[in-house]
Design a protein around this ligand. Sequence first.
Ligand code: C2E
Ligand code: CA
Ligand code: CA
Length: 664
Amino acid sequence: MVGLQRLAFVAAGVTVAATAGGDHWDAWSLALLAVFTVTSDLMYVETDSNKLKVSGSFLGLILAAVLLGGGPASLIGVLTIAIGWVRSREAKHYFRNNVVTYAWFPLAAALFFHLAVHLAHVGPRQPGYYLLVFAAFVVALTINFVMIAGYQCYLDGGPLVQKAREALRPILASELFSALLTVAAVYVAVTHGTVGLALVGLVLVVFQYLVSALLLSERRSEALQRMATTDVLTGLANRERFASRIDERIAARDQPGDEFAVMLIDLDHFKEINDTLGHLYGDALLRELGPRLADLVGSGGLVARLGGDEFAVLPPTRAHDTEWLEITAVELLGCIQQPLVVDELSLTVGASIGISRFPVDGADAQTLLRRADIAMYAAKSSQSGFKFYAAEQDVYSRRRLGMLGDFQRALAAEEIVVHYQPIVDVEEVQVCGAEALVRWQHPELGLLAPGAFLQLIEQTPMIGPLTRHVIDRALEQCARWRAAGHELAVSVNLSVRNLVDPNLPDEIERMLATHSLPAAALHLEITEGMIMSDPDRAVATLTSLSALGIRLSIDDFGTGYSSLANLTRMPVSELKIDRSFVTSMLADESDLIIVRSTINLGHDLGLEVVAEGVEDGYTLARLGNLGCDRVQGYHISRPLAPEAFAAWLASTEAAADTLLEKRA
Ligand code: C2E
Ligand code: CA
Ligand code: CA
């Protein structure tokens, strides 16, 4: 091939020499055209879509061919390639091929043009002349393409016609435009001489600059567009891009039967990693996970991060195949569960996946995403890994959401109230405190006990505001009792989530100060199970609460997994025996044994013991004999609204022996 290239180059030289008689070696014009062509070539703009180069060098070469002849045009062609190599640095063999091509096509165009003009007897004042300029341009373009595409075919095989067509199609329009420009440029140059030529050059350089600026700004806006649809942390698509891809899929489906699925993934326990190890670890985990999921899904599908620890997957195809979707879901779960090493720490997370399908589950992106979300919640609460959307889940979720939204409103509307149940000191036979129990004064459903709503609230962050509300109300009441001469303490129940809330101790301290109460006026009740889930953090919170001087009670003692080891680790001062043992202790021997040994155990550990659920005088008397410190139950009083509680307090004080009489 190298030999052939050399031969072609020498042949070009010989042809130039042979036809030199017709050439017009005008130094000024030659320099002007050379400078224009070379600069224009160096300044080419590449469009990223099809590697198309926009430059005026072709135009310059045809101008040279028409105005100066084959020799000068060929010279400028070779010069352009030689200098252009400084920018492109292409491989030597490409360079050789380009030199030959750029030596030949301007030369051939010039020979064609001057021969045609000669044969047709036309001059610059006749339209036929410009038609021939156009024809020369086409001849040059054809030779250029055949030589470039032909060489490419020689390199990687394949039919020449197809290669040439592939290369030509995207630039045909701009080349035709370029040909017309050449015709105009020739006209100006011929009628206005060198000055005209300079003018044409100037106009073209400005034109090329404009094109490049336009392309650049288009590219910038593409980059901005990319940024706006990309999740910065993981580099995955974001919610907007994901939704618009779904809409595209819907719009592009071929037949009405086309189906596809949307999968929504939510990590389990991600919040714990974030909270305990810090955001850096959480971020690192998400960053690692993104590419993993994208790899698994492959290029035909799309993986997006919707926000937080939520990802979405649009699998490539085959949504009608439930089995295939199940396999995909299992694979995704497996991929997520692979341990991730972050800073030498191995982290493992699980996930839940919800799947919705087009068109059965929804006809647009929003609906499909919302239903995948509902299915994901169903998967999470049943701990089944993944679930397909089903209409029943929707009803559940609507009730759930309705209730949650309603509760937020209720909290603001003062519908969340607190009732108080007295706690009595057995030995001194007097009221020593009360337990604060939350109620929802519902506008339609009436007074709701915690059993109707609390479990739901406890699963959401709303338990934080609820607990603060109850504590604040309870302290306010306690301050009133004290102002009325009753030295009572108030007990408030905490939830699991409250124990991992690092701000709680400080806020309680502030609330105590607001109501001018000593810390001893507040008791907080927790259950053993609450400590089990995250003992270290729970103990930390409890330690700071106890350091404030607040007394802590273990509620519902005897149920759930008791762990004496935890019990001794914690700064508690009181055990509350669960009412299930107390209520039946006179009827059931084993319950009595439990109550008795709990009282002894508590005392051995230096704790006070409270019995709740005391429903009759015999039980109260028996508890007194067993050495129980305090009691609480319907026998003394049901939980009462604040005014009723105040009235009850006043009446028991007026008849000092009512409490004594309660002991059967
Ligand atoms: P708990 O902490 O065991 O509260 C005592 C529950 O036993 C109260 O039910 C009370 O009405 C009931 N009770 C009191 N004496 C007797 C009795 O003699 N016999 C029987 N059978 N029951 C009696 P309530 O008010 O329905 O509260 C249920 C649970 O809801 C509470 O159980 C507590 O775990 C939770 N809870 C109540 N208020 C709050 C609160 O403000 N925050 C949190 N986190 N939980 C609360
Ligand atoms: Ca309690
Ligand atoms: Ca209890």
